[in-house]
Design a protein around this ligand. Structure first.
Ligand SMILES: Cc1cc2nc3c(=O)[nH]c(=O)nc-3n(C[C@H](O)[C@H](O)[C@H](O)COP(=O)(O)OP(=O)(O)OC[C@H]3O[C@@H](n4cnc5c(N)ncnc54)[C@H](O)[C@@H]3O)c2cc1C
Length: 407
């Protein structure tokens, strides 16, 4: 395997220093091409590091068929991209950088306890440096110039200039957490060459519920563990957090596509909460018969169902069905909206798959490829987002290498 890019080799420009762009840069440099990465922020991998502040799921241990299905309408494309750069290859890539990984009980893959995501990024940037990848930070892409060129601006000097690479990869990210650089402003430059983008929408984000002032005061932030949440025919198990503005947590995030669709049809959208998903209907009814007239709701829910605060307050707050069994297993929660795009974990929208060919090359601009979250796909949390970015980056890098080398 050639392991160093040559200054005399054809130049590939990569715009955007997130996981998709940096992995493509590594693969192209390993293939012997000269690679320049242009990143508008002062450092690369900012959103990658933000991801590292939370649970940081690098990928997931799920089998490839189920994994690809997580990408919804884009599943057929991701089936190919995942076969090319699989979760196993992602773990091997991390291991090659000296970062071991392990599969948690939920299937999520984490870096081992000795390493932080920042360690992984540092080791990766060292590897890219060894490969001769030139990373030009504080360089903002402004748009296209001529048939193959790119207009760029050095943000320090203000100087504008053009480069004319043999091929370009755009890996500009989505539009959540704009402070990391993923500001979505690139849609204008693509529109200028006739490439439309789907409007951005928050996904993997919290839901807003108009709690009463009493509820906010009394409950504040409180977890509800081991619940099931449903919307639009989908049910997700896990833990949610009641907050003063609504709900957070993995089941809420996973249901954002369904919530978005329901909100488009009318407000409020309804979530259905099952507080005892492990109990069958017959078991719930049997326990309900134990209630004596003297039992308060709170003490009865505690003794018969092990449900403590804030559940009684929640049942009083919401339009709970009169039948207590239905209230415990299908409690309707009115959702007024989704949390703002800026605080979402990821964004839906971006470059539609119809605008790229099967190699991820823009149909309207041969030689320019697109990868990562800027493509219009969405997936739940749990490692599917980063894996999707890495796999599309690797897929585009392979196509660029073939094209530049006339293969
Ligand atoms: C709070 C949070 C937690 C997360 N946790 C996880 C997790 O645990 N697991 C998981 O799988 N995913 C997680 N994600 C999602 C994951 O971080 C993103 O999906 C991923 O970083 C997207 O990679 P990308 O390479 O497509 O784009 P980004 O990482 O967004 O990188 C795009 C880059 O392009 C640059 N750029 C944009 N416009 C220009 C321009 N005009 N000129 C030059 N440069 C430009 C930006 O500055 C940015 O550096 C999390 C995200 C957040 C916000």
């Amino acid at each position: 395997m050639p392991s160093f890019s040559s200054p005399a080799a054809p130049l590939v420009a990569i715009v955007g220093g997130g996981p998709a762009g940096l992995l493509a840069a590594q693969h192209l440099a390993e293939a012997g091409l000269r690679v320049q990465v242009f990143e508008q922020k002062a450092t690369v991998g900012r959103k990658f590091l933000v991801a590292g502040h939370g649970g940081f799921n690098l990928t997931n241990g799920e089998d490839l068929g189920a994994f690809a299905a997580r990408y919804g309408a884009a599943a057929p494309f991701f089936g190919q991209a995942l076969a090319h750069f699989s979760p196993a290859r992602l773990r091997q890539w991390a291991a090659d950088l000296g970062i071991g990984t392990f599969v948690g009980t939920s299937g999520r893959v984490f870096p081992d306890a000795q390493h932080t995501p920042a360690d992984l990024l540092r080791a990766w940037l060292r590897r890219l440096g060894d490969l001769g990848v030139e990373i030009k930070t504080r360089h903002r892409w402004l748009g296209f110039a001529g048939e193959r060129g790119l207009r760029l601006q050095n943000e320090v000097t203000g100087e504008e200039f053009a480069v004319v690479p043999a091929a370009t990869l755009l890996a500009l990210g989505g539009a959540s957490w704009p402070q990391t650089g993923s500001d979505g402003h690139w849609t204008q430059a693509l529109a200028a060459i006739g490439v439309p983008s789907q409007p951005f929408a928050p996904t993997n984000c919290g839901a807003e519920v108009a709690w009463s002032a009493f509820f906010k005061e009394k409950v504040g932030r409180a977890p509800l563990k081991n619940i099931a949440l449903s919307c639009g025919g989908h049910t997700v198990r896990g833990e949610i957090m009641l907050t003063d503005y609504g709900l957070e947590g993995t089941p809420v995030y996973a249901l954002t596509p369904q919530l978005r669709a329901a909100l488009a049809a009318g407000t409020p959208a309804w979530l259905s909460l099952n507080l005892k998903p492990d109990l069958g209907a017959a078991d719930v009814q049997r326990r309900l018969t134990r209630r004596r007239p003297a039992d308060s709701l709170a003490s009865f829910l505690g003794s018969a169902f092990s449900l403590k605060a804030p559940v009684p307050t929640l049942l009083r707050e919401l339009p709970a069905p009169a039948d207590l069994g239905a209230a415990l297993t299908a409690l309707p929660i009115p959702v007024a909206g989704l949390r703002p795009l800026a605080e979402a974990i990821s964004s839906a929208g971006g470059v539609p798959f119809a605008e790229v060919d099967e190699k991820l090359m823009l149909r309207r601009r041969p030689g320019t490829f697109v990868a990562g979250e800027m493509l219009d796909w969405e997936a739940p949390t749990g490692g599917y987002l980063l894996q999707g970015c890495f796999s599309t980056g690797a897929w585009a890098a392979q196509a660029i290498n073939n094209q530049v080398n006339g293969l």
